[in-house]
Design a protein around this ligand. Structure first.
Ligand code: BGC
Length: 570
């Protein structure tokens, strides 16, 4: 009897979980979906929190920090790949899409993370490495086993260009992002396979409908477990030219890895990828899920394509053009904001991630880094759109590059040392406390903890009202509660000012003014409010990175070096 009762409760729980995945979320009064006002937070699982003290972060570690993330104001986490993997590229080489890397835990741990997140209103997104697999993935193992294997066409196999010496002549001149030819000769079957990244990361053949079906089923399988969506990895290199034409070579110079510089017109951005994204989006829509794109683009037209002509591709293509502005330049930020605002799309802001140097150092001048960290947060977290944070930026974690070649863990750093130190520096353990190893683990972590952890850690910063962490927390609260910051349109002000970036977010008569001094000297500005038909006498400070008065005269404002001021116009 008791057993039956327990069984019925379990069934009910399962049903409730399934309906959580399926249920359509309501749109807000402006027709915005949950993710449009959400703050996303990328977690690099190896480095976030180590629950079993083996020096490696894990899923129970993440679960144990959900209360912290809720306090901070995070609505959704995107976990970088946590699937079983030989770790040639730290998880971006997946050997099994339906499981959890034992270093990180089990499927039960993932279910617990999702369920605990649900209780705290934090959704869990995974990283979908859909362009290539690991060479240890059974699909590729089968594919390489013979030319007639049913999975042969799941990957991209070609004969050598020159039939008289096929093993010496790759099919095209395409180069791998990580150096050398993008083709690897496989002696067993006498053909080359294609890999845009490392040789152990063979590209899938997305022209094969069986691949599409299998990969879409991967997403369905995870949606059923309550996953709220995916970050789509490396979508721009999903397809290569069907005629396998050589890329044009530009000049005679070599790139940092010693390869010719090519115009990547045949190994990147092929039009077919948009068809796949549209169909993948349908599956996501059926599951009320959201897709974030790793969408590297060089202009707004390219970025716009990823949204889809009918908004039917990726809901959240990340605007990486913003991250390429590596200096505090109001004109350049203004231009980038204008671009996306003018496109009519919903912007997706990001400052850094596991492939990009930490924001604290990228913009920091070495003396005012804390102020600059608050300044940059005040920029991208007050703009219209969705923001994707990277773990540790909220405490001012800095770049921590390896000092000796033997310490390098990222193959990119191993290949490029000493010129290219790789990406370990932006992937070091999260700093939780001022105790040993920053409270990440009781044993030496897989990457060294940054030296500054005694001051820059969650516990100490929580106690310091002036800390970067408390600034982020207040900023995220404001972003979630202020109607103008939630829904307001963006109005650029003082557009020729080279030092101060100023704008208003305006919604139904409520106006929030944001003034960001990006220079190292105090600046006085006269915000062009009346010119923009905004009537205001003064501004009530909502948040500022300096000691601002409660009421500020908005006819003329003096902002200290690297100061940020956010206020409500009255
Ligand atoms: C990931 C990188 C990875 C690359 C190749 C990218 O999109 O973000 O971390 O090295 O794919 O695997």
């Amino acid at each position: 009897m008791r057993r039956r009762a327990i069984a019925s409760v379990l069934v009910l729980i399962l049903l409730a979980t399934a309906s959580f995945a399926q249920k359509k979320d309501a749109l807000d009064s402006e027709g915005h979906a949950w993710w449009q006002h959400a703050v996303f937070y990328e977690i690099y699982p190896r480095s976030f929190a180590d629950s079993n003290n083996d020096g490696i972060g894990d899923l129970p570690g993440i679960t144990s920090k959900l209360d912290y993330l809720r306090w901070l104001g995070v609505d959704a986490i995107w976990i970088a790949p946590m699937f079983p993997s030989p770790e040639v590229d730290w998880g971006y080489d997946v050997s099994d899409y339906f499981n959890v890397n034992p270093d990180y835990g089990t499927l039960a741990d993932m279910d617990k993370l999702v369920a605990t997140g649900k209780q705290r209103n934090i959704r869990v997104l995974l990283d979908f490495v859909l362009t290539y697999t690991s060479d240890q993935n059974p699909w590729f193992q089968e594919s390489r086993s013979s030319r007639t294997n049913p999975k042969r066409e799941w990957f991209i196999w070609r004969d050598g260009k020159d039939a008289s010496q096929p093993e010496k002549t790759p099919p095209t001149n395409w180069t791998s992002l990580f150096g050398g030819s993008a083709w690897r000769f496989d002696a067993a079957t006498g053909q080359w396979y294609y890999h845009y990244f490392y040789p152990p990361q063979p590209n899938l053949n997305w022209r094969n409908p069986e691949v599409e079906k299998a990969m879409f089923d991967v997403t369905r399988w995870w949606y059923k477990r309550g996953i709220a969506g995916f970050r789509l990895d490396a979508v721009d290199v999903m397809f290569v030219d069907s005629q396998f034409r050589d890329n044009p070579v530009v000049g005679t110079e070599k790139n940092a890895l010693g390869d010719p510089v090519e115009r990547e017109i045949y190994d990147k951005n092929q039009p077919e990828l948009h068809g796949v994204l549209q169909r993948l989006r349908k599956v996501a829509d059926e599951n009320n899920a959201v897709l974030i794109g790793e969408t590297w683009t060089s202009d707004i037209a390219q970025l716009k394509r990823y949204y889809g002509e009918h908004n039917d591709e990726v809901q959240m293509p990340m605007d990486f053009m913003f991250t390429t502005i590596n200096k505090l330049s109001p004109p350049e930020f203004r231009h980038q904001i204008d671009w996306i605002e003018g496109s009519g799309e919903w912007p997706v802001w990001v400052l850094s991630n596991h492939d990009i140097r930490r924001v604290y150092d990228r913009y920091g001048d070495g003396q005012h880094n804390d102020q600059i960290a608050k300044l940059m947060a005040s920029l991208y977290l007050t703009l219209r759109g969705t923001a994707v944070m990277y773990y540790g930026e909220e405490i001012g974690m800095e770049q921590n590059d390896p000092k000796r070649p033997e310490d390098v863990k990222d193959s990119q750093g191993r290949l490029g040392w000493p010129k290219e130190k790789g990406r370990d520096g932006e992937r070091t353990p999260m700093q939780w406390t001022d105790s040993t190893n920053a409270g990440f683990s009781t044993v030496a972590p897989w990457l060294p903890v940054d030296d500054r952890y005694k001051t820059y850690n969650v516990e100490s910063e929580k106690k310091d009202p002036e800390s970067i962490l408390n600034y982020y927390q207040k900023l995220l609260t404001l972003r979630h509660t202020n109607p103008a910051l939630l829904e307001g349109k963006y109005i650029a002000l003082n557009e020729s000012d080279p030092n101060v970036l100023a704008f208003v977010r305006s919604y139904k008569g409520e106006n929030v003014l944001v003034v960001l001094n990006m220079s190292s000297s105090g600046q006085t500005i006269k915000p062009e409010l009346t010119q923009n038909a905004i009537a205001a006498k003064e501004g009530k400070t909502l948040l500022s990175s300096f000691n601002a008065r409660e009421e500020m005269n908005t006819n003329e404002m003096t902002i200290p070096p690297f100061g940020a001021w956010i206020g409500e116009l009255k």
